[in-house]
Design a protein around this ligand. Structure first.
Ligand code: G
Ligand code: G
Ligand code: MN
Length: 262
C-alpha cells in the first residue's frame, strides 16, 4: 500500500497521489491576505488549496487541471467551499469582522453541477454573510457554456454573492463579456504587475486596465505584489486593493489567526 513516505520518490501518478491525499484527509486551505493599497487595512483573503502529503507533487497548478479532467473537481470543489466557510466562521470567532473570502471556482463546478444550491445551503447552515463571499473564475470560463454561466451568475447575484474575474488579461475573453456577465470585480494578473516598475508596456497595460475598471465601476485587486515600488505605482494609478508576498504569502489558518486576527 502506498504511504506518504513513498511520495517523495515521485514515482507515482497524479492519480495515485490524489487518491492517497483524499484518503488521508491531507488537503487544507491556505489564505492569502488582500489589503487596501493606501493604508494596508485588511480587506479579506483568497483561499488556495494545499496538500500536506507533498507540496511539490500536489501543487494546485498540477492538481486542479487533473481533477477538472477526471471530474473529481466537483467533489473536491464541494470540500473546498465548505472548508472555506467553516474557516471563515472560525476567523470570525477570533474577532475578524466583515472581511471577504475569495474562493476559486472551476467552470466545471457550474456547468456539470449546481454550485448555487450548494453555496446557498452552506451559507444558511453556517451563517456566513453572502456579500462577503467572492467567487473567482478565470475569464476563459466565460466562453465555455455562456448560457449556463450567465444564469448561474444571475442567481449568485440574487443571493448577494460577488463574482470576480481572475488572471484578468491573460485569457481570450473579449471586453464585452465584462458587461454581459456583470462581474463585480477583476483581478489584475501578476504577470502584468511583476514588471510594472521596469517595463513601460506593462505599466501602460496596468494603467489601462485600472482606468477601464474605474469607468465600468468594477472593483479591482492587483495580484503578485512583491516590492514597495510596485505598491506605490498601483496606489498612484488608483488600484484600490492588492495581494502579494510583500503583504503576506498564503497562510495556514493557524498562522492567519496569529498574524491577522487581533
Ligand atoms: O497557490 P497557487 O500555487 O497557489 O495556485 C496555483 C493555481 O491553482 C492558481 O491558478 C489558482 O487559481 C489555482 N487554485 C489554487 N487553489 C484553488 C482552489 O481551491 N480551487 C481552484 N479551482 N483552483 C485553485
Ligand atoms: O491564479 P490565481 O490568481 O488564483 O493564483 C494566485 C497564485 O499566485 C497562487 O499560486 C499564489 O500562491 C501566487 N502568489 C500570490 N502572491 C504572489 C506573489 O507575490 N508572487 C508570486 N510569484 N506569486 C504569488
Ligand atoms: Mn485566484
Amino acid at each position: 500500500m502506498l504511504n506518504a513516505e513513498d511520495i517523495k520518490y515521485e514515482q507515482f501518478s497524479l492519480e495515485k497521489i490524489f487518491e492517497l491525499a483524499l484518503r488521508n484527509d491531507s488537503f487544507y486551505m491556505c489564505y492569502q491576505p488582500i489589503v487596501s493599497t493606501n493604508n494596508s487595512r485588511l480587506i479579506g483573503f483568497e483561499a488556495l488549496i494545499r496538500s500536506r502529503i507533498n507540496d511539490v507533487r500536489l501543487r494546485p497548478d498540477n492538481l486542479i487541471p487533473y481533477v477538472e479532467k477526471t471530474g473529481q473537481i466537483i467533489e473536491l470543489g464541494s470540500w473546498i467551499l465548505k472548508q472555506c466557510l467553516v474557516d471563515y466562521k472560525r476567523l470570525e470567532s477570533y474577532g475578524l469582522k466583515d472581511f471577504t473570502m475569495s474562493i476559486n471556482i472551476s467552470p466545471i463546478q457550474i456547468i456539470d453541477h449546481d454550485v448555487t444550491v450548494e453555496i446557498n445551503d452552506l451559507i444558511n447552515e453556517l451563517g456566513v454573510c453572502p456579500k462577503n463571499i467572492k467567487l473567482e473564475l478565470t475569464e476563459t470560463a466565460l466562453i465555455s457554456d455562456s448560457n449556463k454561466i450567465s444564469n448561474t451568475f444571475a442567481r449568485l447575484r440574487e443571493m448577494g454573492i460577488k463574482i470576480w474575474l481572475d488572471d484578468f488579461g491573460t485569457g481570450f475573453a473579449s471586453l464585452s463579456l465584462l458587461r454581459q456577465f456583470k462581474v463585480n470585480g477583476i483581478k489584475i494578473d501578476k504577470s502584468f504587475v511583476s514588471n510594472i516598475a521596469t517595463d513601460n508596456d506593462d505599466f501602460t497595460l496596468c494603467s489601462a486596465i485600472i482606468a477601464m475598471a474605474q469607468r465600468l465601476n468594477l472593483e479591482l485587486i492587483a495580484e503578485g505584489i512583491e516590492t514597495p515600488q510596485q505598491l506605490q505605482i498601483l496606489n498612484c494609478l488608483g488600484c484600490e486593493n492588492i495581494q502579494g508576498y510583500l503583504i503576506d504569502k498564503p497562510l495556514a489558518l493557524g498562522d492567519v489567526i496569529t498574524k491577522w486576527a487581533k
